[in-house]
Design a binder for this molecule. Structure first.
Ligand SMILES: Cc1cc2nc3c(=O)[nH]c(=O)nc-3n(C[C@H](O)[C@H](O)[C@H](O)COP(=O)(O)OP(=O)(O)OC[C@H]3O[C@@H](n4cnc5c(N)ncnc54)[C@H](O)[C@@H]3O)c2cc1C
Length: 438
């Protein structure tokens, strides 16, 4: 008999502390069922797909090996962004202006989708704030790059939501002297990620959409003659006409979904949260409570929550659960904000983000029964909220406009087994380039 991975509690984090007592667990699937669509993964992707299916009157069930939001959706930084890792001018250079226009629309559709969930499920507790996001330049060359991008987006796409801030304005905005300027994207914001994902799940439960925790899908078999698939879980099976896989960087939890892991290069992302700052520091640092990123290749990002500084970054050298990376984050934070050097860190946690080779999310069908959406490259709050919906449409045979996000089947990352040393090599090279200011 195959070993069944036990459900794991959510990792300790500031989000978990802010959410209060743990909710009553949702029951595992206990008896065999027939449904139209089985959805694997109860993060933003899977829950958004479930929402879209419910809206169309299609029967669906959501299965997760762990509690709702256990994956990246319950432990991310809460930065809601309207961008892809690939900039819009780069998309235009590689794929033409029309593609850049559509991708720009999709990126902003993601933020609209978050707003829709907040309104529809009355998720005020998730505290979505449309505060804008500031991208802070660490060199003059980087500033030239983001200025050129803001100009291009305004002249070519008519988007006036991006503006460039001088060195003095950036210093006033952030409270840090480390940046030479910045670009403000107004259509962005911050959210409490665990409140958001749990709120989505509660909203769906109120509409009688079944969500089963502690229910890993152990294997999936397609039935002959287009009759769907059978999914085996520890206590029961699901017979479904269609399957949607929303397991992203955690796809390797069981062999049933591990093919989807090969589409990705998983990268550990780590975060720290300080104790509450003094009123004087709180007023001086990031007074507008936006989200902030920097232009370094091994990018750090920061924001404030309830007077605490949250500081995060990619840590290619550590694994989830390890403490490596947190000291480096603390040093990087003190480098940008020397006055925080002695402020205690009260929470630290990490998770995996799913990077892709083309730096864009992928949504598509891996066969006539199975649809997937994944690879948000560390920016999945808005995008997974949107692409779960588009995955549902694909599963029903519709043709949503997906532009460069459309995947014609699975495309495993070349030399996937070498990804861990590969990631370390690339990260070391990026750190070197950042250090020399290239
Ligand atoms: C530390 C960190 C910081 C981040 N910061 C940001 C940010 O500030 N802004 C932003 O936009 N994005 C951020 N991200 C990325 C964002 O969180 C993800 O892109 C997004 O949450 C992906 O959602 P998902 O639903 O696709 O996957 P997940 O939320 O990871 O959910 C996948 C689920 O699938 C389940 N699962 C896997 N395999 C199986 C199986 N075989 N059977 C049953 N269940 C299974 C898992 O238990 C898990 O719950 C961050 C990520 C991390 C880790």
């Amino acid at each position: 008999m195959m070993n069944t991975p036990p459900a794991r509690p959510l990792a300790p984090s500031l989000w978990r502390a802010m959410a209060g007592p743990e909710p009553v667990p949702r029951a595992p699937l206990a008896c065999d069922i027939d449904t139209d669509v089985a959805i694997i993964g109860a993060g933003y992707s899977g829950l958004s797909a479930a929402h879209a299916l419910h809206e169309r009157g299609v029967r669906a069930v959501v299965l997760d090996a762990n509690p709702v939001g256990w994956g990246a959706s319950g432990r991310n930084g809460g930065v809601v962004s309207s961008k892809f890792r690939l900039s819009f001018p780069a998309i235009e250079r590689m794929h033409g202006l029309e593609a850049a226009r559509t991708m720009h629309r999709l990126a902003h559709d993601g933020v609209r989708m978050v707003e829709r969930f907040i309104d529809e499920f009355k998720l005020e507790s998730a505290r979505f704030e449309h505060t804008g996001s500031l991208r802070c330049a660490h060199t003059e060359r980087a500033l030239q790059g983001i200025r050129a991008e803001a100009d291009w987006v305004r002249t070519q796409l008519g988007d006036t939501s991006m503006s460039v801030l001088s060195r003095a304005e950036t210093q006033h905005e952030t409270g840090s002297k480390a940046f030479v300027g910045s670009a403000l994207s107004a259509d962005a914001g911050t959210i409490l990620p665990l409140h958001y994902v749990r709120g989505m799940a509660d909203g769906l439960t109120q509409r009688n959409v079944a969500i089963h925790e502690d229910t890993p899908v152990l294997d999936m078999h397609r039935l002959d003659g287009g009759a769907g698939a059978i999914l085996r879980t520890p206590n029961a099976t699901v017979r479904a006409k269609q399957v949607i896989v929303g397991t992203n960087a955690y796809s390797n939890l069981t062999p049933a979904t591990s093919d989807y892991q090969r589409e990705l290069v998983p990268f550990r992302s780590a975060m720290i949260a300080t104790a509450r700052l003094s009123p004087e520091l709180d007023a001086r640092l990031m007074a507008n409570r936006r989200s902030y990123t920097e232009t370094r290749r091994m990018m750090k990002w920061f924001r404030k929550v309830d007077g605490r500084m949250l500081f995060g970054g990619r840590d290619a050298f550590g694994k989830e659960g390890q403490t490596t990376g947190f000291d480096a984050l603390r040093r990087a934070m003190a480098g940008l904000f020397p006055e925080l050097a002695d402020v205690p860190v009260e929470y630290q946690w990490s998770g995996y983000v799913g990077m892709t080779f083309n730096s864009l999310p992928h949504v598509g069908r891996s066969d006539d029964v199975t649809t997937f959406c994944l690879g948000y490259n560390g920016a999945g709050i808005a995008m997974a909220s949107l692409l779960g919906r588009h995955a549902a449409a694909l599963a029903l045979g519709e043709r949503p406009e997906l532009s460069l996000l459309a995947s014609a089947g699975l495309n495993p990352v070349p030399f996937h087994s070498l990804r861990a040393p590969g990631v370390r090599l690339v990260a070391a090279w990026y750190q070197f380039l950042d250090a020399v200011g290239a």
